[in-house]
Design a protein around this ligand. Structure first.
Ligand code: SF4
Length: 354
């Protein structure tokens, strides 16, 4: 059967007529990894880690990319930065197609796109002083004299809430939150416009998470940064993101602005993820907990039809054979689900068997 899950790429967070052009535009992005077997490493299959993902991010905007572990969201982040070569699709930054550029040709674009990693300890070289870690991108991109670089590092330390004299300390002398601040200072060093934040707070204590999120939001306001914020934690995404795309098994299944997603999730998978998010004011809203059965299926051999059908409480007969396209159900709100074929079916139909 023909795979119909591909959205018209331009419909996912596309700019309308007269609107500002996006900073980054991803169209039908694919990243497959070969599965090999035997002493001759014969290719016996493909892991469809990212399978036709499209979105765009404007200046000063945050797109939250959410989903369970293994859904492909981190691979999207790395492929967007071309730390992994895409299998298909296109990546444009400020209208320039960078998909096929070599590592050398990518160098000028690297200045515009940086990454903040999940584990601040693993991402910092333990043998280097923190100031040298932050200074390294300035050396690679040959920005300023050594004195100017050191001056900028001191300024960056202050910007991320660290005392400049701490630039002579080593990674193990900092707490987890401080190490993530160093990671952010390093990513900021060469004035990027886009930051890919890959689970930047999930390794931190809850109280520290809030500090780092607030720091990222302050920096966004000050420098008009754009974030691709990758997280499994919808509560964190609700705080920082302007728009949200929900991923399941290599594909975006729902995409809209934050308010629409949290107030009216249209895809059953988003509904299940949201039902697990604690509500601070229990009197104001209630959510029925929806427990998903089983794990995310293998991306080597994804289920036919709608990839979510084996776990979906609303699954119908056609769901296992016919893949739903990602379509605009209401203006600005896209979902890939047969339930909304003729407009919003909400509240969602009762799960089969109830
Ligand atoms: Fe997929 Fe069908 Fe469930 Fe919609 S109702 S999410 S199409 S299985």
């Amino acid at each position: 059967m023909t795979d119909t899950t591909m959205t018209k790429p331009e419909t996912v967070f596309a700019s309308g007529a007269g609107e500002e052009a996006p900073l980054i535009e991803i169209t039908d992005l694919k990243k497959h990894f070969p599965v090999t077997k035997g002493v001759f490493s014969r290719v016996v299959g493909q892991v469809h880690a990212v399978d036709g993902v499209s979105f765009s991010i404007k200046h000063g905007e945050t797109l939250g990319l959410v989903g369970e572990s293994g859904c492909g969201k981190s691979t999207v982040g790395r492929t967007v930065l071309k730390l992994l070569e895409p299998t298909g699709g296109s990546i444009k930054i400020k209208g320039e197609d960078i998909t096929a550029l070599s590592p050398k040709e990518m160098l000028p674009y690297r200045r515009e796109m940086q990454m903040i990693f999940q584990d601040p300890y693993a991402s910092l070289n333990p043998r280097m002083q923190a100031g040298d870690v932050v200074r390294e991108p300035l050396i690679i991109h040959e920005v300023g004299s050594k004195a100017e670089q050191v001056e900028r590092v001191a300024w960056l330390f202050e910007k991320v809430g660290l005392r400049p004299e701490r630039m002579y300390a080593y990674a193990h002398e900092f707490s987890g939150g401080q190490r993530q601040r160093i990671g952010i200072a390093r990513a900021l060093a060469i004035n990027p416009e886009l930051m890919v934040c890959d689970e930047p707070v999930s390794a931190l204590d809850v109280s520290i998470q809030a500090q780092i999120i607030n720091l990222l939001m302050d920096l966004q306001d000050e420098f008009q940064l754009s974030y691709l914020f990758i997280s499994h934690d919808l509560a964190v995404v609700e705080h920082i993101a302007h728009k949200v795309a929900v991923m399941y098994l290599g594909r975006i299944v729902e995409a809209t602005d934050k308010t629409s997603l949290f107030e009216m999730p249209l895809h059953p998978y988003s509904e299940a993820l949201l039902s697990a998010v604690p509500i601070p004011d229990a009197k104001a809203r209630t959510r029925n907990r929806m427990i998903l059965q089983g794990d995310v299926p293998s991306p080597i051999n994804p289920p036919s039809g709608c990839h979510f059908h084996a776990r979906c409480p609303y699954a119908m007969a056609r769901c296992s054979v016919e893949a739903p396209p990602l379509r605009e159900v209401v203006p600005g709100h896209l979902a890939a689900c047969h339930l909304h074929e003729n407009g919003v079916t909400f509240p969602l139909a009762k799960p089969a068997g109830e």
